[in-house]
Design a protein around this ligand. Structure first.
Ligand code: COA
Length: 243
């Protein structure tokens, strides 16, 4: 187990388990968490011993209640946000890793909490979760990729509704909008995430990694380019298995 100031990381038989660990502040995303995540995501990217990753929040009340508002209020927001992005592109790094990521969501999932979940590939949520993007009510826009990842996940109209009104969703609506894949009773959330990780790990890892690349890279391409990508990845995968 590796302890950072704001997260806990452990590798359980090839499943990397990242726990956001500021429960007294509802796991709000602060600069230290940005640095800790950047470090652990880089380590995961370079570690062939990690096949699947689960991201979850510590404590009873929240996966993550968004950006740490105490830091927001002490710096000029646009300057701060831009500087933070230039210093560490956490979200670019997150999205570039070809291992499957599973988000296990409970309680408050707000602002960068939703955005972190959107960087994951499969989202499980407990029945008690509440989702919201309060950024516009604070006079800002999402800065963790949410303005791009949310419409790509739930479509333009639903994304703009949530972004412009700042209204919250319960787990049932999040499921209906396809923001999450499964709604699970709270006590079963982590066991189900681990079961899903085991299921994925039972398949040949290169195939899983290439499938993720085909889908995520293909989404930014035309269909023609995407089909070419699929052929190229399929060939490369076949070569891997004959090497
Ligand atoms: N940044 C920093 N601290 C936060 C936080 C955040 N985004 N969200 C919650 N906290 C802290 C609270 O200040 C409080 O700290 P304290 O015990 O030292 O006073 C602690 O977490 C518990 O939160 P509290 O507000 O008492 O819990 P609640 O159940 O009454 O309300 C929320 C929960 C999520 C509704 C409320 O905390 C909230 O609105 N948070 C801000 C959400 C937000 O706007 N995020 C920014 C998105 S860009």
């Amino acid at each position: 187990m590796t302890d950072f100031e704001t997260i806990i990381y452990e590798n359980k038989n090839g499943t990397g388990l990242i726990t956001l660990n500021r429960p007294r502040a509802l796991n709000a995303y602060n600069i230290q968490m940005r640095d800790d995540l950047y470090e652990i995501l880089g380590a995961i990217r370079d570690d062939p011993g990690v096949a699947v990753v689960i991201l979850k929040g510590a404590g009873e009340k929240a996966f993550c209640a968004g950006a740490d508002l105490t830091e927001f209020l002490t710096a000029p927001p646009p300057v701060f946000a831009r500087q933070a992005r230039f210093e560490r592109d956490v979200w670019g790094l997150f999205l570039s890793i070809d291992r499957p990521f599973i988000a296990a969501l409970h309680g408050y999932v707000l602002g960068s909490g939703i955005e972190m979940a959107l960087c994951c590939d499969i989202r499980l949520t407990s029945e008690d979760a509440r989702f919201g993007l309060p950024e516009t009510s604070l006079g800002i826009i999402p800065a963790a990729g949410g303005s791009q990842t949310l419409p790509r996940t739930i479509g333009r109209a639903a994304a703009l509704d949530i972004l412009m009104t700042g209204r919250w969703l319960d787990a049932a609506e999040a499921y209906r909008l396809k923001l999450v894949n499964h709604v699970i009773p709270r006590p079963r959330l982590i066991p189900e995430a681990e079961k899903l990780a085991e299921k994925i790990k039972s398949h040949p890892l290169p195939a899983v990694r290439y499938a993720k690349q085909a889908v995520t890279r293909g989404l930014d391409l035309t269909l023609k380019e995407g089909l070419e990508l699929e052929i190229a990845l399929g060939r490369r995968l076949a070569n891997l298995s004959t090497d």
